[in-house]
Ligand binder design. Sequence first.
Ligand code: NAD
Length: 358
Amino acid sequence: MTRKILVLPGDGIGQEITAEAVKVLEHLRREGLDLELEQALVGGSAYDVHGTPLPEGTLALAREADAVLLGAVGGPKWESLEIAVRPEKGLLGLRSGLGLFANLRPAILYPQLAGASTLRPEVVSGLDLMIVRELTGGIYFGQPRGVRTLDNGEREGFNTLVYRESEIERIGRVAFETAMRRGRRLCSVDKANVLECTELWREVMTRLAADYPEVELSHMYVDNAAMQLVRAPKQFDVMVTTNMFGDILSDCAAQLTGSIGMLPSASLDENGKGMYEPIHGSAPDIAGQGVANPLATILSVAMMLRHSLEAPEAAERIGRAVEKVLDDGLRTPDIFAEGCRRVGTREMGEAVVAALRQ
Ligand code: NAD
């Protein structure tokens, strides 16, 4: 069965890094994987042509596709636009338009890059954890919200943290299933000692655990989780948490690896369809120079093959090819270390394809 992939390069280095990820996909297609690739505009580059960061046509193609590969959006050129048409709105529109409620962010430290972390190598080497973040609910979307003026004239800002049981259950199931495919340990992060909403979160996670007896479930308050992530991050296998806590903890976990150019992510809907993207942005400071690290985007392709395209073997092979180029000492400037060979975006991408051929 032909699998349709929509490629959305976006802005800045998005163009350069997705070009390399496409080379990987085209190599797999030549080997016999039944893939159909299509490209469309999103973000600032879509605004320049259509006056909107998410043209109807792009959203329609994304809905039809089995998976979406996104580069990155944004840049100084569009920063003065009104918020409604800024490039980042294109990304949010895709997430909500496709119902992508589950965000999977692995933080893996490749042994070859142990020196890149700001933490001591013994604390982080071998790190391999997955954060499952709820993406379409919680305080970022809860109503009512706003800034109001009180009777005494003082202004008051307010937001609402709200989760329905069904929302907690569906992200919980993604997390338990993810743990089943990994080390079978799941830590649910909440603030149940203070927030009733996350008391319910804890209750639902505990109830779900009965359906996954092989998974060892633990609970942790978010303040402790933040501390444990920098104290002893290897204690974690899979973490599941709310939208806002996940936003913060996943950036913290990413920084443990020290290399923003290496980390992929997946955002999934109820049926396993997903949008895959590197966690970094459009890096305007290096855009157009051919030096951006394409590995996070190539590893996003691996996540796509595993989660949306039922091709876990191809995903494994991409993971091994990336390890091979690192073993061979190839490094883009962001991960460069003494004794390695400095390469650009294209050379790194082509080395991964060459490693896949072997
Ligand atoms: P950024 O992630 O683009 O860049 C942060 C730093 O990391 C920069 O020094 C950059 O050069 C470096 N970097 C990022 N990716 C790299 C790569 N693949 N290889 C080598 N170095 C890399 O974050 P920022 O500077 O805060 O944001 C720049 C623009 O990107 C903004 O417009 C922001 O809104 C947007 N943004 C988009 C996304 C997205 O599309 N998902 C995410 C974050 C930021």
